[in-house]
Design a protein around this ligand. Structure first.
Ligand code: G6P
Ligand code: ZN
Length: 541
């Protein structure tokens, strides 16, 4: 097999979600090749195995797809299944890996990070269950990348990614598939499309912002063509390789236009957005933003109203910084609640073992055991299914939810691109003081427990420690602080604030007012300003 000599790059350590770097880093000669070969060397796929390859359409996507195909051919794969135009949303790729019983897949994306030549790019390896590779594999990939001295690549012309059907690169069959078809079919199985169609035909109005990213074609097909929403329901629905110069992150900052539309007097009934690669979601009703943590809790409480979940849930899983709202639903349903470290990869084993059905993260990710990635459009469709059956508005549903379970006010404060030294000093400082915190009062708050989160996966007993500091106060409020594992420059500090009000408590406060005491407590405990050199967070979500 044709081999090319190479030397290692020292910076190919996968983070929370694969290897993410600036496009210019990926454009260095041998850079993508080294990483892909390290993946292939570690996974040792049997000869003739199937590999799924797809990406979110960002700049550099097609270049790396052609490289991956030539390398798959030289590494003994039998078949590559690739989305037409190189496009596959992350959940659609997960579905294809499962459906085709592929050995694994390469997902080319930097998720919600900006694209274009000055933006970010990424490569993530997913295993045969359709989910992101666990740490033992990503650690091995990094170790391999640190010593790699050759990669295998076929000298072959580009595959025509525009034409559906099979082509060959030497012995490798390359199958170009329609990106939306299998995914849309899966959604039709899970949700009551007739009920949603009837709701829309009855005058229910919705708006979906695809943010110039990968969900455009999926949303056009599902929401407009299959569910009958009028043309124009999907905005920014044509994927662009620089996401129109925007930041394809569906939060209140980057999806501002949608937010403002939903807060206007003539707002539609429902608004939603998804990110660069289609796995995140933002949910809004007329006049109301549903926090991702509340969305997880509300979806879990009513999921049985959708055909795919009519049998009830086996359990709920949430990442540690996600609010405890879902815990109260799990308690009422008398099902297990799993608290995992940040990163979707931690849910895979629980889903495979049938210990959880629905999962969610504060970072706008929600999903279920239908695939092994979070899934933006899935969350939108489950919301629509629930609203269609219950015939109430988003605001009414949330109010009723809080009256039943209490309300968890929640916000995340991000300090982006700060100096690593200050970030590390802040974390080291609070870690040192953890044991002394219980009993301490900060303003009106009394610390009940404080720890550095560690998680032991119940299916394989592997422990992940140092996953973020939790400071819990009497009454159920909480501050969590950790460093992001997905940033591409400097460090990003995340401070998660939550305040619990019981069902008979104050349910209609403005979030900023409700959380003010926690913001003050966070500053007092963490000295954020001096460590970050910032007067205020860069992003509040
Ligand atoms: C990605 C991962 C999520 C994670 C999020 C934030 O989207 O798929 O699982 O919650 O990044 O991670 P971070 O380490 O930046 O907080
Ligand atoms: Zn994403």
């Amino acid at each position: 097999m044709p081999e090319i000599a190479t030397t290692p790059f020292a910076d190919q350590k996968p983070g929370t979600s694969g290897l993410r770097k600036k496009v210019r880093i990926f454009q260095q000669p041998h850079y993508a090749e080294n990483f892909i070969q390290s993946v292939f060397d570690v996974i040792e796929a049997p000869a003739g195995a199937t590999l799924v390859v797809g990406g979110d359409g960002r700049f550099h996507n097609r270049v790396v797809i052609q490289t991956a195909i030539r390398m798959a051919a030289a590494n003994g794969f039998g078949r590559v299944v690739v989305g037409q135009g190189g496009i596959l949303s992350t959940p659609a790729a997960s579905n294809l890996i499962r459906k085709r019983q592929a050995f694994g897949g390469l997902i080319l994306s930097a998720s919600h990070n900006p694209g274009g030549p000055d933006g970010d790019f990424g490569i993530k390896y997913n295993v045969g269950n359709g989910g992101p590779a666990p740490a033992k594999i990503t650690d091995a990939i990094f170790a391999r990348a640190c010593e790699i001295d050759r990669y295998r690549i076929m000298d072959a012309p580009d595959v025509d990614l525009g034409t559906l059907g099979e082509q060959r690169v030497s012995d490798l069959v390359v199958e170009v598939v329609a990106p939306v078809a299998d995914y849309a079919a899966l959604m039709e199985q899970l949700f009551d499309f007739d009920a949603i169609r009837a709701m829309i035909a009855g005058g229910f109005r919705l708006s979906f912002d695809a943010m110039h990213a990968v969900t455009g074609p999926y949303a056009h097909e599902i929401l407009e063509n299959r569910l009958g929403a009028p043309a124009g329901t999907v905005v920014n629905g044509t994927p662009q390789d620089d996401f129109g110069g925007h930041h394809p992150d569906p939060n209140l900052v980057h999806a501002r236009a949608l937010y403002e539309r939903m807060m206007a007097a003539d707002a539609p009934d429902f608004g939603a957005a998804s990110d660069g690669d289609g796995d995140r979601n933002l949910i809004l009703g007329r006049g109301i933003f549903v926090t991702p943590s509340d969305s997880l809790a509300a979806l879990a409480a009513d999921a049985h109203l959708a055909p795919g979940y009519a049998a009830g849930l086996k359990g709920i899983a949430r990442s540690m910084p996600t609010s405890q709202a879902a815990d109260r639903v799990a308690a009422k349903l008398d099902i297990l609640l799993h608290e995992t470290p940040t990163g979707w990869k931690f849910f895979g084993n629980l889903l495979d073992a049938g210990m959880a059905t629905i999962c969610g993260e504060e970072s706008a990710g929600t999903g279920s055991d239908h695939v092994r990635e979070k899934d933006g459009l899935w969350a939108v469709l489950l919301w629509l299914n629930i609203l269609a059956v219950r015939k109430i508005s988003v605001a009414e549903l949330m109010t009723e939810h809080w009256r039943t379970y209490g309300r968890t006010y929640y916000a995340r404060h991000d300090y982006e691109g700060i100096a690593t030294r200050g970030a590390d000093a802040l974390m080291a400082g609070i870690r040192e003081r953890l044991a002394m915190l219980p009993g301490e009062t900060v303003g009106d708050l009394t610390v009940e427990t404080a720890d550095d989160f560690a998680y032991t996966d119940p299916t394989d007993e592997i422990t992940s420690s140092g996953q973020g500091v939790r400071i819990c106060f009497a009454g159920g409020s909480r501050i969590v602080v950790r460093l992001s594992g997905t940033g591409t420059q400097g460090a990003t500090l995340r401070v998660y604030l939550e305040r619990y009000e019981p069902a008979d408590g104050r349910l209609d406060l403005a979030t900023g007012d409700a959380l003010a005491p926690l913001v003050a407590a966070a500053e007092a405990l963490l000295s954020i300003r001096s460590h970050t050199d910032r007067k205020a967070p860069d992003v509040v979500t």
